[in-house]
Design a protein around this ligand. Structure first.
Ligand code: MTE
Ligand code: CO
Length: 422
């Protein structure tokens, strides 16, 4: 038996201390009070009749009572829906894997609907044998599985000049973490045979934007994947069906979806997405280019503006996500007072290289105001900066690569707001 002072123990005394007894829970959360006719001692509606049989629901969906758990967009953010973004509801999820239907989407020209029989991947340029692969060809090759986060470089991009969007779905929801199945890109390149002067690849999408990025050969030969499954299923059309590139730890813009062409060259192509876009203008007018790696970052997902505290006081699990494009998360610290004092959070579940990592910090909330922050430290020793530290180096002209520490103001009412502390 765990001792009474064991925070993680599930002893009876702990359960009571956490205030989870039904009487307390129902009185503390009137919004979820329930319909008395379904509550004990009555026999609930769903216990009175047979339910749907097997295979009535041929493809499973979440309970209709969870219909609010969806991707959301911000209408005023972009001029059209075809070139826009929808955000992952991070505050409604736990663990580290993002369900396929909830992965944020970012398209520059809408979703390409590709017929699997018509799909082709061309590989040409500085190779001995130009090749064209069908989807079946790709699926027959040696494959690997790997979970990694995919974060748009513009994630948190609206927050450069101050706290703006009220919800971690909007401030941090351009990230997902999926188990991919695919062929290492180096295997395809070996099939074609690289010429000695091969240095760069051009990746091109089959959507109407024909999104194109230059990729250094070293990354292609390291851990790039030509992926065709996410969480075991075929890629969803939104995420690049039938084939996309996966570049662990690197900015998502380079993860070309609906991949149609790989050209091998000896220098970068300087496409739109690596010059006027996905380049960071600094305060002195100079710009950073080819900023591929996503630096360590974290966010408290619960509580957060869309997920207030409804219980007034008592046992509370603060929960969040941390990730780093440079490797594993080594530690996450949590502050309750806007960064004055830090305590170490508990990492829970797998801590994988370049994947989302779940952390928890348990408190006995006394009902007073909190200024919640989290700070990620990765295995290279890199410490997530404050927004002030970040702005000192980067200015405020940037859109991309904002990994500053997020602050949530928890009011006594339990409501939560996006704020900044100086
Ligand atoms: N690939 C193509 N072909 N077209 C696109 O518009 N958008 C990029 C990248 N790959 C894009 C693309 C951007 S900016 C991001 S953030 C990621 O795809 C988003 O991937 P997701 O929609 O699977 O979340
Ligand atoms: Co993006």
């Amino acid at each position: 038996m765990p001792s009474d002072d064991d925070q993680d123990g599930l002893s009876r005394r702990n359960v009571l201390r956490f205030g989870l007894a039904a009487a307390v829970a129902t009185s503390a959360a009137p919004a979820h009070a329930g319909d008395p006719k379904n509550l004990p001692p009555n026999v609930a509606d769903w216990s009175r009749h047979l339910g749907d049989g097997v295979a009535v629901r041929k493809y499973g969906k979440p309970s209709r009572h969870e219909a609010h758990v969806i991707r959301r967009d911000v209408e005023w953010l972009t001029a059209s829906r075809e070139s826009s973004v929808s955000f992952t509801p991070l505050h409604e999820l736990d663990g580290i894997i993002t369900p396929n239907g909830l992965c944020f989407e970012r398209h520059h020209a809408g979703i390409a609907e590709i017929d699997r029989d018509d799909y082709r991947l061309m590989l040409h340029g500085l190779v001995d044998r130009p090749l064209i692969f069908t989807l079946d060809d790709i699926r027959r090759m040696p494959r690997v599985n790997r979970a990694c986060f995919c974060e748009c470089a513009a994630n948190s991009g609206m927050e450069w000049r101050g706290a703006q969007l009220n919800g971690c779905q909007y401030t941090h929801g351009m990230v997902h973490c999926v188990m991919y199945t695919g062929v290492p890109l180096k295997i395809l390149l070996a099939e074609a045979g690289l010429r000695p002067n091969a240095r760069w690849l051009l990746l091109e999408g089959g959507d109407a934007a024909a999104m194109t990025r230059s990729l250094p050969l070293a990354k292609a030969l390291d851990d790039a994947l030509v992926a065709y499954r996410m969480n075991g299923e075929a890629l969803y059309p939104e995420n690049g069906y039938p084939v996309r590139i996966v570049l662990p730890g690197w900015e998502a813009n380079m993860w070309v979806k609906w991949l149609r062409r790989i050209e091998v060259g000896d220098q970068p192509w300087h496409q739109r997405e690596e010059t006027s876009k996905y380049t960071d203008l600094l305060a002195d007018g100079k710009a950073r280019r080819f900023t591929y790696v996503m630096d360590a970052k974290s966010v408290i997902t619960n509580p957060s503006p869309q997920a207030p505290l409804n219980h007034r006081s008592g046992f509370t699990v603060l929960s969040g996500l941390a990730w780093s494009g440079r490797g594993k998360i080594a530690r996450v610290d949590v502050s309750l007072d806007g960064g004055r004092n830090w305590r170490t959070a508990k990492l829970d579940g797998p801590v994988w290289d370049k994947a989302l990592t779940r952390f928890y910090y348990e408190i006995d909330w006394d009902g007073s105001e909190l200024l919640l922050q989290s700070r990620a430290i990765d295995e290279t020793g890199y410490v997530q900066p404050t927004k002030g530290e970040l702005r000192k180096i980067r200015g405020v002209n940037s859109v991309y690569h904002n990994n500053g520490i997020q602050t949530w103001h928890v009011r006594r009412s339990g409501e939560v707001e996006n704020v900044e502390v100086s």
